[in-house]
Design a protein around this ligand. Sequence first.
Ligand SMILES: [Zn+2]
Ligand SMILES: [Zn+2]
Length: 284
Amino acid sequence: MRIDLHAHSTASDGTDSPETLMMEAAAAGLDVVALTDHDTTAGWEAAAAALPPGLTLVRGAELSGRWYGGEPTVGLHLLAYLFDPGYEPLVAELTRVRRSREHRAEKIVALLNADGIDVTVPEVQAYAAGGTVGRPHLAQALIRRGLVATVDEAFAPEWLGRRYRLAKVDIDVFTAIRLVNEAGGVSVLAHPRADVRGHIVPDTLIAELAAAGLWGVEADHIDHSTADRVHTQLLARKLGLRFTGSSDYHGTNKTVRLGTFTTDPLVYEEMIATATGTTPVTGS
Ligand SMILES: [Zn+2]
Ligand SMILES: [Zn+2]
């Protein structure tokens, strides 16, 4: 059984529609795929309706969390699975974070315009195709202008990496874990040692998160070295957490393929036995 618990669609910053993503998952030989768009459940319905026979969909999201307990604060991503999408306190937090993304994109466009770079808000929104506007959509606009060649280049310090970077609103990570648990879901800390995506999450903080109800940690990820993977697996064992492996697939926005890393079926079985917010759905 091949299980990939982390993939993005056009509901956030992936390039495949939820429907296409399900087809791609089946074509990649997966038995189970999780849809984990940033701060939204918008792709759930379309993905569930498009499931090829035999493919199981785990409905999830990747929450933009932050630890505010020190200086500097630490941004981190929290994968949330099988939670009730109608649980109002969680819905409110996701809406707040998505609105702040829209405002941030507008402000970055204004900064670019002030420097004579002719990018527009409707254009950036069009790249988001109705999903949450994110920095990859700003990157698309820069690529179309011929200012950079790739999304990676757009994230360099002279562009979105520093010069045109603005702080965003995140969810307090302890609040996020509590809300996911209250909504009947389980939470898994995403790529904790992926320093290319921000800070490495300190082991001491992971221990606090475990004590606060974190369910697991993503050990096997493309942005982790072999040493990082082993370290995270051992830490999970020490803290009584489960560990997962997944691709963090984004379509053509990143080069990683579906199923590059996978999760132990026993961990998956435990996940679906624990979560009560919603159930996996299998195509018939
Ligand atoms: Zn992430
Ligand atoms: Zn992700």
